[in-house]
Design a protein. Structure first.
Ligand code: IMP
Ligand code: MG
Length: 182
């Protein structure tokens, strides 16, 4: 992988835009669930920053679970295969499940997880919220119920998302030109 420096990264959504959007989506979720209990399923590692900001804006009683899936390895393109690194979950039967993801790209990860939950538990409801939606690269037939921002075919980093394990801690969501990362 190419070495990418912070100076190569351009801002796509700044801290304020993200904060405003996260609150807006949280308000929609608060309205939808009212006082019903929700089990948040956060997909590590990418969604951790989004999930921790989102849950602090949610008002219903909730629990949090963390699972780890990977499809990228050391590349910027999906391998096409989803690897369930750690998918231990409690019994979600009868629960309202809200999956929190960083980005839906090909949709293979989202599809894998939705199928896994449908196969193993009879949930009361299963919803999917994603920070980003890259609709243009979809391969699997899956849509987020809620998302903060739609983006075009860019490789993005920051606010949880990484390039070669780096840049997860950026307060903004940014991108590097294709010529920089490939
Ligand atoms: P999908 O299975 O192709 O939808 O990819 C989902 C996973 O790939 C996400 O959960 C991310 O971890 C990773 N991913 C996809 N696009 C990007 C990107 O632009 N930047 C960083 N990670 C990405
Ligand atoms: Mg991810």
């Amino acid at each position: 992988m190419k070495n990418v420096n912070l100076s190569d990264i351009k801002v796509l959504f700044d801290e304020n835009e993200i904060r405003t959007k996260v609150k807006e989506i949280a308000n929609k979720l608060n309205e939808y669930y009212k006082d019903e209990e929700v089990c948040i399923v956060c997909v590590l590692k990418g969604a951790v920053i989004f999930a921790t900001d989102l849950v602090r804006e949610l008002t219903m009683p909730l629990t949090m679970e963390f699972i780890r899936l990977s499809s990228y390895g050391h590349s910027t393109a999906s391998s096409g295969k989803v690897n369930a690194v750690d998918i231990k979950l409690p019994d979600l039967t009868g629960k309202n499940v809200l999956i929190v993801e960083d980005i839906i790209d090909t949709g293979l990860t989202a599809k894998f997880l939705l199928d896994f939950i449908a196969l193993n538990f009879k949930t009361k409801s299963t919803k999917f919220v994603s920070l980003l939606d890259k609709k243009c690269s979809r391969q699997a037939d899956v849509e987020a119920d809620y998302y903060c921002f739609e983006i075009d075919d860019k490789f993005v980093v920051g606010y949880g998302l990484d390039y070669d394990s780096k840049f997860r801690n950026l307060k903004f969501i940014g991108y590097a030109d294709k010529s920089v990362i490939k």
